[in-house]
Design a protein around this ligand. Structure first.
Ligand code: URP
Ligand code: ZN
Ligand code: ZN
Length: 469
């Protein structure tokens, strides 16, 4: 099967150029000046449209067990929704349970995803039980294509690791080349503030945002950086939301350390006010929480993306239904009367590429090349997928999005494809939109039609971090 995408503006991290793109089988086989006369099975005219590498979302949680329930998107529904929004690769988090082996977690998540995904997928591992055996298993994981391990300074009693455990894992990562990913919030201090708030009768979702102080994200980020510096391991801060944390990452990068960070659309578009309005605010409960707009976090994050102090936008897609669900039962409503029992996480995998485009162009915050870089190229480099993914070049996988800058549409739960009964962006009109999506050469989205099927997506064995200084 061969396809010619003609007359589009090809945008990569390195520049934009008018070109025709030839796809043969699963790969890009040629780029040529407009007007090339290659003979192909299919021809798609992309005049007036952008031709960009498929999005890579390096932070999703399909089917994650959390707070007594499970994230509502399965690998089938979540990857299909991702495709609708121009994402052609996800990296999800397999979980090591306390008391079990690290690779048992990987095997369990491989089983959940096998034969289900609409797009290609890889895994990080959540390292929640640090001991001699699980540290040894990090080497085995790397051999299976899992080169990054998430640890938590938050959620005591669940995923939390002590500084000593984190440091041991970082020493191992310094030895084997893995990247340690950190959920950087001081969970011990936060638990004190949660208990004090509940004692005062402060039970509404807004208090989730109030007790999880931005200073405690800054403190944990600083501590993680210092531990990684001492151990000599690469460090990637996940879902960075606070300007205090950004300042720590900026300093570390200025010192030449291998410290990287992502933020997420929710921290760029939503804020603490969304957690108000009684229990409705539960729809917006995630950790770290949405921040107070007046404190300047949002503007700092947009600037950080522009200056490369932040390198990636991921979604941290971790959806739960608001109303009781016939199959999933109570989800967000588990926290009625106690905000600390609301499952943490938001739906978002479908909207990242479009939202960042919208923010980039409507406020002139990022160039088109930078949009591609933070949504696709740098994620590929940091997580060992480049140049197979993350660019449009001869030999790369033909994961390609045709993006229509003239399309306008409104985000809504009534039209999105994620398995949740609400949208965090209900009614928001956005500029531009996905027109067509190719996954390894197959046209899976064509306008309003879905042509993919479950099991099309393949497991990606990833290399080590390709973005180290
Ligand atoms: O609220 C969040 N972020 N839920 C998902 C789990 C995590 O910490 O990434
Ligand atoms: Zn986290
Ligand atoms: Zn997460």
């Amino acid at each position: 099967m061969s396809t010619l995408i003609k007359n589009g503006l090809v945008i990569t991290h390195a520049g934009s150029f008018e070109a025709d793109v030839l796809i043969e089988g699963e790969k890009v086989s040629a780029l040529g000046a407009r007007g090339s006369n290659w003979v192909t099975d299919e021809v798609i005219d992309a005049i007036g449209k952008y031709v960009v590498p498929g999005g890579i979302d390096v932070h999703t949680h399909m089917e994650l067990p959390f707070g007594g329930t499970f994230a509502s998107d399965s690998f089938e529904t979540g990857t299909r929704a991702a495709a609708w929004g121009g994402t052609t690769t996800i990296i999800d988090f397999a979980v090591q349970s306390k008391g079990s082996g690290l690779m048992e977690g990987w095997e369990a998540w491989m089983g959940k995803a096998e034969g289900k995904c609409a797009i290609d997928y890889g895994f990080h591992l959540i390292l929640s039980d640090v001991n001699d055996q699980s540290l040894k298993e990090m080497d085995i994981a790397i051999g299976e294509g899992v080169s990054s391990f998430k640890m938590f300074m938050a959620y005591p009693g669940v995923f939390y690791s002590t500084d000593g455990e984190i440091f041991r894992a970082m020493q191992k990562a310094a030895e084997n080349g893995a990247t340690v990913m950190m959920h950087a919030e001081n969970g011990i201090a936060i638990d004190v503030l949660i208990a004090q708030a509940l004692e005062r009768g402060e039970t509404d979702p807004i208090y989730h945002g109030i007790v999880r102080k931005s200073i405690l994200e800054g403190e944990a980020t600083h501590r993680a950086i210092k531990l990684a510096e001492l151990a000599g391991s690469p460090l990637y801060i996940v879902h960075l939301s606070a300007l205090e944390a950004l300042a720590e990452v900026t300093n570390a990068r200025d010192e030449g350390l291998n410290v990287f960070a992502e933020t997420c659309p929710q921290y760029l578009f939503l804020d603490l006010d969304d957690l108000g309005n009684g229990f409705e605010g539960a729809k917006f409960v995630c950790s770290p929480p949405l921040r107070d707009r007046a404190e300047g976090h949002q503007e700092a994050l947009w600037s950080g993306l522009a200056t490369n102090d932040l390198q990636v936008v991921s979604t941290d897609h971790c959806p739960f239904c608001f109303e009781d669900h016939p199959e999933l039962g109570r989800q967000k409503r588990l926290g009625e009367g106690d905000f600390s029992k609301i499952p943490n996480g938001l739906p978002g995998v479908e909207h990242r590429v479009e939202l960042i485009y919208h923010g980039a162009v409507t406020e002139e915050r990022l160039s088109l090349e930078r949009w591609v870089e933070v949504c696709s190229t740098t994620p590929a480099r940091l997580f060992g997928l480049f140049p197979r993914k993350g660019t449009i070049a001869v030999g790369a996988d033909a994961d390609i999005v045709i993006f229509d800058p003239k399309r306008k549409h409104v985000l809504s739960a009534a039209t999105h494809h994620m398995r949740t009964d609400y949208s965090c962006y209900e009614g928001m009109q956005i500029a531009g939109g996905v027109d067509s999506v190719f996954s390894r050469g197959r046209l899976i989205i064509a306008g309003d039609e879905y042509h993919g099927s479950k099991g099309d997506g393949k497991y990606l064995k990833r290399e080590l971090n390709q973005h180290l200084v």
